[in-house]
Ligand binder design. Structure first.
Ligand SMILES: NC(=O)c1ccc[n+]([C@@H]2O[C@H](COP(=O)([O-])OP(=O)(O)OC[C@H]3O[C@@H](n4cnc5c(N)ncnc54)[C@H](OP(=O)(O)O)[C@@H]3O)[C@@H](O)[C@H]2O)c1
Length: 267
């Protein structure tokens, strides 16, 4: 980082912590010498291409050496962190673990709760975050900078929205894979070879993702345009809109949101 802050990822060898740390290194946002990673096993797998990163099995050593700490351990292990991070900026991507719980667990007062996903490894994560009361403008700048290196990011007003995003954008490919599989199953049911169907649908989702991401047009406008075109897709979209599909998607996302809330309650 520009002002030479040192950043530590507790759980940085995990799926998400590793993806975020590599995004920082690849983008040059954090130099290897500015990065600490801790875990219990001592593994450094996933970081072979960089020299200079400090690895430790002592979370407190990482905290003592770093100005910014990212917590990325599984939610049920949050109580095993065993750190005092008072006077540090603490960021967390742990699903369902509230700012209050993070404060109890770390003694930190400057806390940012975020959601992200492992697409950070390819610079394509969406990482919304919300700030606790003592977070400064300078902290906000650092958080924005670090999550921009992983893809796109927004500050959102409250933790309830982070819990919603845990359902919406935490999983990759998540719910999109389910829709893609429905299309594969439809193709196979109608005699298309399963390998061909999988290849076709994967390419369709790659192209659709690129189109949706590249154009400023929101998804709803794409749908409106296709319905206005009144072709074969319009017939399909009208049938889907008349079905229970929208309600079913809402039901699925509600279930994921409820599960996120239950993580905190089960502790
Ligand atoms: N993966 C996803 O798609 C995703 C998406 C959104 C949010 N998240 C959130 O991201 C967090 C991490 O998930 P993950 O999928 O990356 O998990 P993971 O792959 O299981 O990685 C967990 C990491 O935490 C380390 N760890 C566990 N306990 C520790 C402790 N007490 N001190 C230091 N390190 C410890 C593990 O290493 P050792 O076993 O060596 O200790 C490992 O590096 C979770 O809270 C999850 O809710 C994940």
């Amino acid at each position: 980082m520009g002002n030479l802050q040192t950043v530590g990822v507790v759980g940085g060898s995990g799926q998400l912590g590793g993806a975020i740390a590599r995004a920082w290194l690849r983008s040059g946002s954090v130099a290897p010498e500015q990065l600490w990673i801790s875990n219990r096993s001592g593994t450094a797998i996933g970081f072979e291409e960089w020299d200079g990163i400090k690895f430790t099995t002592c979370n407190q050593d990482l905290v003592d050496a770093c100005q910014i700490i990212l917590l990325s351990v599984p939610p049920h292990l949050a109580q095993t962190l065993d750190i005092n991070a008072k006077d540090r900026l603490v960021m967390s991507v742990m699903a369902g673990i509230s700012i209050n719980l993070i404060r109890e667990q770390t003694q930190a007062t400057r806390i940012v709760r975020a959601m992200s996903n492992p697409a950070a490894d390819i610079g394509l994560a969406y990482s919304p975050w919300c700030a606790g009361t003592d977070v400064t403008d300078e902290d906000r700048g650092s958080v924005q900078f670090l999550f921009e290196a992983c893809g796109e990011t927004d500050e959102v007003p409250n933790e309830e929205q982070i819990d919603r995003f845990t359902a919406l954008t935490g999983p990759v490919p998540g719910f999109v894979a389910f829709y893609a599989d429905c299309m594969v199953q439809y193709a196979v049911k109608h005699g298309i070879d399963v390998t061909v169907a999988n290849r076709a649908v994967r390419k369709l989702f790659q192209a659709s993702g690129n189109v949706l991401a590249a154009s400023p047009t929101p998804p709803a406008e794409h749908v409106r345009d296709m319905i206005a075109y009144a072709g074969t897709t319009a017939a399909g979209l009208e049938a889907m809109k008349d079905s229970a599909l929208t309600d079913n998607i809402e039901q699925g996302l509600d279930a994921a949101y409820a599960k996120t809330l239950s993580i905190a309650q089960s502790r």
